[in-house]
Ligand binder design. Structure first.
Ligand SMILES: [Zn+2]
Length: 284
């Protein structure tokens, strides 16, 4: 299965709306890692609750400046998104004190901030007991450093997760990078000065997409819709956490079982999975 995620990073609402339209057109669910609008200096980013279809997941993108502030940062962000199930930290700060605090507040998973070079199935920790960790295999920001002329799905290492019900392939995008259809770090720097305001004439909506927007559009068009899920829907459907888990419960003791049947892909499975997951254009 695939889970596309968006790190909101205080993107202005019209930019998030424009990127969300791509998902709405294909009726594909997405997990939004939401930043705290109260700490948005531009004032153009707001609480996203109720803004998009319920098939999407609103999770947390906390900005920890160090370990000392993690309790307050989680508390303040959860006040905006009380139904959030998981988080991915904005600047990469993570570790046991943060997992534990998140777990005590009822969060069930973290997506590791790093992009892994190999497939790793979601796994459940023993401490905090039952907390789940997901890793990702692609992030748009990393590809900026390669400065490809045209971004293609060939740069996404689609593997056997594509067709497996037991594995999850997490693909990370950022609304600003998609909206301005960035292709390189120099384009990122060029757009950075107006990162917090929408300039539609410079966006993928007014130009032929060649960068991050092209890649996202191609991905949404080339993978079958029912292969996409949100991270929380995947965790629930795989029994990684209880369907009606109440927030703030003490550590559940029945969640030690890792995902049954999950495995790391072999090179052969990569190729087979890739072929099976991608729609054959000739047959449509
Ligand atoms: Zn971020």
């Amino acid at each position: 299965m695939f889970a596309v995620t968006l790190d909101i990073d205080w993107s202005p609402d019209p930019i998030v709306d424009a990127v969300m339209e791509l998902f709405e057109k294909k009726r594909v669910p997405v997990t939004l890692f939401c930043t705290n609008p109260d700490t948005d200096r531009s004032g153009n980013s707001s609480n996203l609750r109720g803004r998009y279809d319920e098939r999407h997941e609103l999770a947390l993108h906390p900005y920890f400046s160090d370990f000392a502030d993690h309790e307050a940062v989680l508390r303040d962000l959860l006040a905006h998104y009380p139904n959030a199930q998981g988080f991915q930290s904005h600047n990469g700060n993570t570790g046991w004190p943060i997992w534990s605090a998140a777990f005590r507040r009822g969060l069930k998973y973290e997506v590791d901030c790093r992009v892994f070079p190999v497939d790793v199935p979601p796994f459940v920790l023993g401490d905090p007991n039952g907390f789940c960790v997901f890793v990702s295999r692609f992030m748009d920001a990393n590809l900026l450093h390669q400065a490809y002329e045209r971004w293609s799905t060939d740069y996404v290492p689609l593997t056997c997760q594509a067709t497996s019900e037991t594995c999850l392939f997490v693909i990370k995008f950022h609304p600003n990078i998609v909206y301005y259809d960035m292709r390189s770090t120099s384009e990122y720097k060029q757009h950075k000065s107006y990162y917090h305001e929408p300039r539609e004439q410079l966006s993928f909506r007014r130009n032929v997409p060649r960068g991050a927007a092209k890649l996202l559009i191609d991905l949404l068009g080339s993978i079958e819709r029912d292969h996409f899920t949100t991270i929380s829907d995947f965790g629930r459907s795989r029994g990684l956490w209880p369907a009606a888990g109440r927030r703030g419960d003490a550590a559940p003791n029945d969640l030690l079982i890792p995902i049954r049947g999950s495995k790391v892909a072999s090179a052969e499975a990569d190729i087979g999975g890739r072929r099976a997951a991608i729609k054959r254009k000739t047959s449509r």
